[in-house]
Design a protein around this ligand. Structure first.
Ligand SMILES: Cc1cc2nc3c(=O)[nH]c(=O)nc-3n(C[C@H](O)[C@H](O)[C@H](O)COP(=O)(O)OP(=O)(O)OC[C@H]3O[C@@H](n4cnc5c(N)ncnc54)[C@H](O)[C@@H]3O)c2cc1C
Length: 333
């Protein structure tokens, strides 16, 4: 493998995880980030590793399954390089069955979920992206990967091979879908140690680390350009939806808001990522690849995306068939 050949545009979770994987395979890598790495969606996420969310397109399953298999080794590698352990926060998700409407309210103050009330129990993990982000960044900084922050890709020096991981700022049809979220403090006695998810709402507790004792409630899905403002009415609506499921959450004294934010998911029209080579403008010009459009699952899909893209970039056959994710499926980018 030639050195200094890979330039990654965008320092989100997809770009940095790919940088780490290419470095592991012996490559020299530069990441170009116009702001500071991991400031965007990659810290705004809830952190569910939702392999079997019924709202995911079925075509995503092979990539999702590969990613969850790779996750323990990914977190081990981050720990070895950074000294920071990123724990799984939860191991169980209760998913509402059926998509027609919210189930009738149930009260679960002790954390006990009835088994016969329209909920399915999924063995699914979550983590805190705000723990993952600093650990991943430290891990990458402790390798020979060069991070050029406060540098736009447009002003970066040319490279032999460019991989665009610009999230919603990538070439069309990648586009932003805004998600507003709030975090509430949860009384310890409430016993919320699992994720609850319906088609409209999710509640994700943090059990370890600096945000232990909080739960995030999300999220809106809005076509609102690149705005990342939160609106009190949207946050109130999210709390209301959560309370329709866990009535105690309506109590603003017991469950005060401790934080709120919005992030931009990288959306594509078929809700599937774009992974692969982009046709070169002219023969002999820089080879260009893209890895974006992870929409609601970029935290889940980062290790598998890095794995299959590194395989593709180093001439191996990707472990997952990437035809369904071809960037050219929407026409020329
Ligand atoms: C509210 C919300 C909840 C979510 N919950 C989950 C969840 O529970 N589970 C899950 O798996 N996923 C979740 N996601 C999705 C996940 O966060 C995203 O899919 C993922 O973070 C996308 O990562 P990325 O690296 O592609 O993009 P980004 O994190 O957006 O990174 C792109 C980077 O490119 C940089 N950039 C842009 N233009 C340029 C330029 N010209 N030059 C250089 N750099 C540039 C940006 O500054 C940015 O740092 C959620 C997202 C949101 C918003």
């Amino acid at each position: 493998m030639r050195s200094s050949d890979f330039c990654i545009a965008g320092g989100g979770i997809i770009g940095l995880t790919l940088a780490l994987e290419l470095h592991r395979r012996g490559a020299e890598v530069t990441v170009v980030e116009r702001d500071i790495p991991l400031k965007q969606a990659s810290q705004a996420a809830a952190g569910m590793l939702a392999v079997r969310d019924p709202d995911n397109p079925p075509e995503l399953l092979p990539l999702s399954e590969l990613s969850i298999d790779l996750y323990p080794a990914f977190l081990d590698r981050i720990e070895r390089l950074s000294g920071q352990r990123v724990p799984f926060q939860t191991t169980v998700t209760y998913q509402s069955v059926g998509h027609s409407s919210l189930r009738p309210a149930i009260n679960l103050p002790t954390g006990l979920i009835p088994g016969d009330d329209g909920l399915s129990r999924l063995e699914e993990h979550s983590l805190d992206p705000r723990q993952l982000a600093p650990a991943l960044l430290t891990a990458v900084r402790n390798t020979s990967v060069v991070i050029l922050d406060h540098t736009t890709i447009e002003s970066a020096p040319p490279a032999g091979c460019l991989i665009s991981t610009l999230g919603p700022w990538g070439a069309p049809p990648a586009a932003p879908r805004k998600g507003q979220m709030l975090a509430v403090s949860v009384p310890a006695s409430f016993g919320l140690d699992y994720v609850v998810r319906t088609e409209h709402i999710y509640i994700v507790p943090r059990l370890q680390g600096p945000r232990a004792g909080q739960a995030v409630i999300g999220a809106t899905v809005e076509d609102a350009g690149f705005s990342t403002h939160t609106e009190p009415a949207s946050l109130a609506r999210l709390r209301g939806l959560a309370a329709a499921f866990l009535p105690a959450v309506a109590d603003e004294t017991d469950f005060p808001i401790v934080d709120h934010w919005a992030g931009l998911r990288p959306y594509t029209p078929d809700n599937l990522p774009m992974l692969g080579e982009i046709e070169a403008a002219d023969p002999g010009s820089t080879k260009r690849f893209v890895a974006t459009g992870h929409y609601r699952n970029g935290i889940l899909l980062a290790p598998a995306t890095a794995h299959v893209m590194a395989e593709l970039l180093t001439g191996e056959v990707p472990s997952v068939d990437l035809c369904r994710f071809a960037p050219g499926r929407f026409g020329k980018a």
